[in-house]
Design a protein around this ligand. Structure first.
Ligand code: SF4
Length: 254
């Protein structure tokens, strides 16, 4: 027999057991939906890549998005626009301000440098600082703090219109729309997900009240409801251990 202190805990336990054992005749909680996120990697020359799973490797994640297919396309679009690389992690990097021991000349390792869609940090095409500035632009765009990449596309679209190159202008219009929708989705989602960070107080069956830490819609911790200053401090320490928690508002819901 297992002791469960309240109804909320029972529902969570039931859901976890169903997900673990996948009982044949259960319908609810068995469906696994696939979501995609945008990962800003933590590397010498960071990349933005679409992923379906987040791992705690120090990278930044934006999303999730329900449409896995279109996210890949939009992320590629953004990387090309800003000039970030999208080659494998193992590709050797060589920034223009790096010391060259053997004095050999380097050529870009793929065609993107020639097409002007990558700054080519693999062959000294850019300094470390300049590349990091582009990474910061991509990050600010994903955080909804800049629309610089869109402005660049808009300028190109206007000059295409001036040349009466309607086909190219229409292509650029669609690209702008896609990136705009992407940014709007991120902004809307950010607001919704932040509202799902709170402390949930649940009265127990025999006075065994519990406090649940829900962060971004996920149950992260369960504590007995604190009755002393020492216990409250312990909960505060647990919060502090959670990444980035300090910046978020602590709210208690009953
Ligand atoms: S040009 Fe170099 S850094 Fe850019 S994507 Fe190609 S291999 Fe990677």
């Amino acid at each position: 027999m297992e002791y469960i202190p309240n109804e909320f805990s029972t529902l969570v336990r039931e859901m976890k057991l169903i997900q673990r054992w996948q009982p044949r005749f259960n319908v609810q909680h068995k469906r696994k939906r696939m979501y995609a996120s945008v990962k800003l990697t933590r590397e010498v020359a960071p990349r933005i890549v679409p992923v379906t799973r987040a791992i705690p490797d120090g990278s930044l994640y934006f999303g999730p998005f329900p449409a896995v297919g279109t996210v890949g396309e939009t992320v590629r679009e953004l990387a090309h626009l800003v000039g970030l690389r999208d080659c494998p992690r193992s590709t050797p990097m060589f920034f223009d301000d790096q010391l060259e021991v053997f004095g050999e000349s380097r050529t870009p390792l793929c065609i993107r440098a020639e097409l002007g869609t990558c700054l080519a940090p693999c062959s000294g095409g850019v300094s470390g600082d300049a590349y990091r500035q582009k990474v910061a632009t991509a990050r600010r765009f994903l955080e909804g703090r800049t629309r610089a990449p869109l402005a660049a596309l808009e300028i190109r679209m206007q000059s295409a219109v001036a040349r009466i190159d309607s086909e190219y202008a229409a292509q650029l219009r669609d690209r702008i729309k896609r990136l705009q929708n992407f940014q709007e989705h991120l902004a809307a989602f950010r607001g919704r997900i932040e509202s799902l960070t709170f402390l949930y107080r649940v009265p127990g069956f025999v006075g065994d009240s519990r406090l649940y830490l829900i962060r971004r819609g996920r149950l992260r911790h369960e504590f007995p409801y604190p009755t002393s200053e020492g216990e409250r401090r312990k909960i505060d320490e647990a919060f502090a251990r959670l990444k980035k928690w300090r910046g978020e508002r602590r709210r208690v819901r009953d």
